[in-house]
Ligand binder design. Structure first.
Ligand code: PLP
Length: 398
């Protein structure tokens, strides 16, 4: 093909991700049910919306009624604004470079402030461009990562008091050091106490933030007192529990309330699928693929899928992972290549080129769960999700 002809010869992606609108809405319904009507839900869409694609999720979330999004950095904030069709608030919880403060203020993007220098910067920028900076004071309450110390908080309050026109005290917030694990209970409890104490300090000086927010998904489920005015819900909206502990705790509590066991209410939003590229019969006693890691023990049917570690299918799944085809699990045999993976379909009659293959998600009664995928790759479910490459197209299905 001549250069510049403008048409790509390949229009079918090697794999794609399907996003279920129905599942996503159902998870937001659950969150609404859990937090009640008086609490706002911020949709956390950092990490390319936990691998689901920021544009898709912003669209679905706004359609459901979400008007608040949380991101890690300015690039993600911009992506939310680009996708947004509503009067939505975007909040940067993490990295905002000094050069980006003006952009944030100009575009009414709210941001966490965890040092005094940033607060002065925000005040100066806001004064110069004539728009208020929407600041959320992030408090050190015991995580020891970011957050204003008690002394810096006192000084931050001074600054807010002196600059009411440029600094809008929109939020007071913190983050818990592991609300998904019972083992951190005491530490989280102490963080809540410190946060309440700081709130009183501000109130005593007549300073009240528009919203107080501290809860991630785990805290939202397990610590009702942390929900306050707004929850920052990440993993749960995508249909995953922050941990097994959070899940069990929630299900047992609902069982107690209902007098009978309840089904797991979260629904996975994502399916990652590819299709069979070719199938062949291999005689007994033959090695499959590179090297000698897999030897056939009988006449076997080996199928190839066009996905390898180059497309985000981890190489540690060599001779270990499973996929689903024709509603049955098929083991990965041999090593995962850069762009190809071989699977054994001997026990699955009729497999042919073009058959859908599920890498993550459900097909019929079989499922490759993110949890299982994470267990064998030693990854957290969060990690599995964000590692799925951005190039994989995401499509919204009903
Ligand atoms: C990622 C993040 C959240 C959301 O956490 P989930 O466990 O995914 O709900 C909330 N707050 C902050 C500060 C975060 O970084």
């Amino acid at each position: 093909m001549s250069a510049g002809s403008g048409v790509s010869p390949t229009t079918v992606p090697a794999s794609r991700i399907e996003i279920s609108r129905r599942a996503y809405r159902s998870n937001l319904d659950l969150l609404r049910d859990v937090v009640g009507p008086g609490c706002a839900i911020s949709s956390v869409v950092k990490g390319n919306a936990y691998g689901h694609g920021i544009g898709n999720i912003v669209e679905l979330a706004e359609e459901w009624g979400i008007r608040h999004f949380s991101v890690f950095h300015a690039g993600e904030a911009r992506a939310v604004l680009d996708a947004s069709k509503k009067d939505t608030t975007v909040m940067v919880m993490g990295f905002l470079a000094a050069e980006e403060v003006e952009w944030a203020v100009e575009n009414r993007v709210a941001f966490f402030v965890f040092d005094l220098g940033r607060l002065r910067e925000a005040r100066d920028v806001a004064g110069r461009i004539g728009k208020p900076a929407r600041v959320h004071l992030d408090l050190e309450t015991g995580m020891n990562r970011t957050g204003l110390s008690r002394e810096d908080f006192a000084e931050a309050l001074d600054l807010l008091q002196r600059s009411p026109d440029t600094l809008r005290f929109e939020g007071l917030c913190t983050h818990y050091a592991g609300a998904e694990s019972e083992g951190n209970h005491l530490r989280v409890q102490r963080q809540i106490e410190v946060f309440e104490e700081r709130t009183r300090t501000a109130a005593a000086r007549g300073l009240r933030p528009s919203v107080r927010h501290t809860a991630c998904s785990a805290a939202t489920f397990s610590y009702p007192q942390t929900r306050m005015d707004l929850v920052r819900a990440g993993i749960a909206q995508y249909g995953f529990w922050p941990s097994q502990e959070t899940r069990m705790r929630f299900l047992l509590q609902r069982e107690e309330e209902n007098g009978e066991p309840v089904p797991d209410p979260l629904r996975r939003v994502m399916r990652w699928v590819t299709s069979v590229m070719s199938v062949k019969t291999v005689e007994p006693g033959q090695f499959v693929g590179y090297g000698t890691s897999y030897l056939t023990t009988r006449r076997q049917r080996i199928a190839t899928i066009p996905v390898g570690y180059g497309q985000g299918f981890p190489r540690v799944l060599s001779n270990l992972g499973h996929v689903v085809v024709r509603e049955r699990r098929a083991p990965v045999v041999g090593v995962v290549n850069m762009n190809l993976t071989t699977i054994d379909v001997t026990e699955i009659p009729g497999v042919e080129a073009g058959d859908e293959v599920v890498l993550i998600g459900r097909q019929g009664d079989e499922e490759i769960s993110v949890g299982w995928f994470g267990d064998i790759t030693r990854m957290l479910n969060y990690e599995v999700l964000v590692r799925i490459p951005r190039e994989v197209p995401r499509v919204v299905a009903p």
